[in-house]
Design a protein around this ligand. Structure first.
Ligand SMILES: C[S@@+](CC[C@H](N)C(=O)[O-])C[C@H]1O[C@@H](n2cnc3c(N)ncnc32)[C@H](O)[C@@H]1O
Length: 270
């Protein structure tokens, strides 16, 4: 989850949706890291059949085909804040039966209580404003005995970018994500039962600092390009790229992520 600047929730969500709208056409070509995370999340799915499945923050629908194949749901709900992401997903999966595309906020789900067997979400919930309220909402829509399975970015992601900026100024240009421990506390406070949680360090390698930054921008994760309230000047940006270049090693330019993988269950009794 993101520790956000002090802007109203509504305007923050609008900005977020616009940013992902803009990335919708380039997303699939740049989503190598996201595909690695999805594969790992599929590997820990705790069920082999589910009637109602929600892919929360579905993006271009990278998970939809596999969820359908693995779980043979009667109803697949592809939900996202970004209408353009949903448009790409529905175009890709027009042949997929029983799939409904819903433009909505994960923190205010237009779904009935106890209606889903599985809430699945990969690399989306880090953009939410209130983790505790989010997990209460996910618990509300999950059937007793149903599952919430997600991946999210955690504290310590993209240290290479922080380090490059530290070489230039003392400002924090990278978002501070929650620790896994804080995330787990919120899951447990929401009344979901935690079944497993794991933190994984995933490193990606690029041929230049520019392509590392592109891998963020082209998937909509580009909130790094600010200098307080001002846009970053071309000369400062150039200096940043030179600092980042200093981190090159034999594999290329690194960009690493701390990813939390969590499986939780709504107790049968509530
Ligand atoms: C990095 S993409 C991940 C997409 C997909 N899950 C995947 O693994 O490829 C994050 C997606 O989450 C969506 N998202 C972010 N915040 C959201 C929210 N509060 N409610 C619904 N969707 C949200 C974005 O619009 C974007 O499409």
């Amino acid at each position: 989850m993101l520790i956000t600047p002090d802007i109203s929730a509504l305007s923050y969500k609008r900005q977020l949706a616009k940013r992902f709208d803009r990335a919708s056409l380039s997303y699939d070509s740049y989503a190598d890291f996201q595909k690695i995370v999805l594969d790992r999340l599929f590997a820990i799915l705790p069920l082999s059949q589910a009637d109602v499945v929600v892919d929360l923050g579905t993006g271009t629908g990278q998970a939809l085909g596999i969820l359908s194949e693995k779980l043979t749901p009667k109803c697949n709900i592809a939900l996202d804040l970004s209408p353009q992401m949903l448009a790409v997903a529905s175009e890709h999966f027009s042949a997929l039966q029983n799939t409904h595309y819903v433009c909505a906020d994960a923190e205010r789900l237009p779904l009935q209580d106890k209606s889903c067997d599985l809430v699945f979400s990969s690399l989306a919930i880090q953009w939410c404003l209130s983790p505790l309220d989010l997990f209460k909402e996910l618990c509300r829509v999950t059937k007793p005995g149903g599952y919430v399975v997600f991946s999210t970015l955690s504290q310590g992601s993209m240290p290479e970018i922080s380090k490059a900026w530290r070489g230039l100024d003392n400002k924090e240009h990278v978002h501070q994500y929650m620790t896994l421990d804080a995330l787990v506390d919120c899951v447990e406070a929401s009344e979901l039962n935690l079944l497993s949680s794991e933190l994984s360090d995933i490193s990606m390698w690029f041929d230049s600092p520019e392509s590392a930054i592109y891998s963020l921008k082209k998937v909509g994760a580009s909130l790094i390009a600010s200098d307080g309230d001002k846009p970053i000047s071309p000369s400062k940006w150039k200096a940043f790229l030179l600092e980042y270049e200093k981190q090159r090693n034999e594999f290329g330019i690194p960009l690493s992520y701390q990813v939390s993988f969590v499986v939780a269950q709504r107790p049968i009794s509530i």
